[in-house]
Design a binder for this molecule. Structure first.
Ligand SMILES: C[S@@+](CC[C@H](N)C(=O)[O-])C[C@H]1O[C@@H](n2cnc3c(N)ncnc32)[C@H](O)[C@@H]1O
Length: 205
């Protein structure tokens, strides 16, 4: 069976179906994103970066409690749509959105108090290299929040085989994420689950 064009656009939205996908994600991912954000430790988050910002709604959410918010996405369409969504904040220099990939963050060391990744690490090319980049870009004490609606299941290793084939996506469980986060240098890693599949990880530099 051929994959539907809409689904194929989750990893790097482009064209007409990419635009539809971005609008669908802005809406459909809202409960998951809010649940993930609920796990942020209390603190002062001045500068935040959302990697894989998609349609940009999480940039708006971050701007509610961060002074300056950056978005990054590997898809030019996602960057364009996020820029439209955050037009006013960009004009007021509160949000800035760039094209780029998680494995080469275009930011100096120690730039952010918070880095978020909603529904995106499945597509990152080399998780260890990307987490090392996040670690580098965070200030000491800074927080990395990962939120996913899919998690792997050791008792059912083929659960996401079809999605893996269609989207070249890799699904991780809490143990796998924690191991890579610890190897990148992160401390105090905690993971939280909801229902069958939702998972978020909170890690501190
Ligand atoms: C499923 S969408 C999620 C979008 C948004 N975070 C949300 O929750 O609605 C995944 C996004 O991650 C982006 N992405 C995939 N690989 C990436 C990478 N290596 N670096 C940065 N962004 C990436 C895609 O282009 C896409 O916009």
């Amino acid at each position: 069976m051929k994959p539907k064009p809409l689904v194929k656009n989750a990893g790097k939205p482009k064209g007409f179906f990419g635009k539809l996908m971005i609008h669908a994600m802005n809406k459909e991912h809202t409960p998951l994103s809010l649940w993930g954000l609920d796990h942020l430790p209390e603190g002062q988050y001045r500068a935040a970066l959302d990697i894989g910002c998609g349609g940009g709604v999480n940039l708006l959410r971050l701007s509610d409690f961060c002074n300056r918010v950056y978005g990054l996405d590997v898809s030019p369409l996602s960057v364009e749509e996020s820029q439209k969504r955050c037009k006013k904040l960009i004009k007021n220099h509160l949000v800035r959105i760039e094209l780029g990939s998680a494995d080469h963050l275009p930011f100096p060391n120690d730039s952010f108090d918070l880095v978020t990744a909603f529904e995106t690490i499945y597509f990152w090319p080399d998780l260890a290299a990307c987490f090392a980049e996040v670690y580098r870009a965070l200030r000491p004490g800074g927080i990395f929040l990962i939120t996913n609606e899919l998690k792997s299941d050791k008792d059912d290793p083929d659960k996401y085989a079809k999605l893996h084939e269609i989207l070249e996506l890799t699904v991780y469980d809490g143990e796998e994420m924690t191991a890579v986060l610890n190897s990148a240098g992160f401390a105090d890693v905690t993971t939280h689950s909801e229902g069958e599949d939702w998972i978020c990880a909170v890690a501190r530099k």
